[in-house]
Design a protein. Structure first.
Ligand SMILES: Cc1cc2nc3c(=O)[nH]c(=O)nc-3n(C[C@H](O)[C@H](O)[C@H](O)COP(=O)(O)O)c2cc1C
Length: 146
């Protein structure tokens, strides 16, 4: 499948997750276009991607960070297959933990499970969660269109 993986990462935590997600996708032989969103970027959005994977850190009180919001605006029409992941910190309270993930999943009306990582992937449990999540979203997408 052709997969677009776009992520917003201020201090590198979400990039670490994105890198692991990308490695899993490539291990499964998928064609991945991956980038960190940036206000000055020209995004490669001409391709018909089979699956969009968007990742973001969470900004103030559960909000989606501005660069990811801008990228989403550039997407224009909402793609039908969007899976969302992100990093956050529970110290901001469970109500706001990874709030951007919830907001984006709601915006895209995503049917895929979300992945939320506390700060950065640093435990075996985190790495397994990432691998399992990628396997799950791929099998869901592949189940829709062979
Ligand atoms: C100004 C600011 C506000 C934040 N607000 C939240 C929040 O509401 N909920 C949350 O889960 N994390 C919040 N965080 C924590 C970051 O989302 C978290 O550290 C994330 O892993 C950073 O990812 P990055 O290294 O990819 O930028 C906030 C961080 C900053 C700097």
């Amino acid at each position: 499948m052709k997969i677009l993986l776009a992520y917003d990462s201020l201090s590198g935590n979400t990039k670490m997750v994105a890198d692991e997600v990308e490695a899993e996708l490539k291990k499964a032989q998928h064609d991945v276009t991956s980038f960190r969103v940036h206000p000055d970027a020209q995004y490669p959005l001409e391709t018909d991607y089979d699956l969009f994977i968007l990742g973001a850190w969470t900004a103030d009180l559960g909000r989606t960070p501005p660069d990811m919001k801008d990228f989403i605006a550039e997407l224009g029409t909402k793609p039908p297959h969007v899976a969302i992941f992100g990093t956050g910190e529970t110290q901001w309270s469970m109500a706001y933990f990874c709030g951007a993930v919830d907001r984006m999943a709601k915006y895209f009306d995503s049917q895929y499970p979300t992945l939320k990582i506390e700060q950065m992937p640093h435990t075996e449990r985190d790495h397994t969660a990432i691998q399992d999540w990628v396997a799950q979203i791929l099998s869901m997408r592949e189940g829709v269109v062979k």
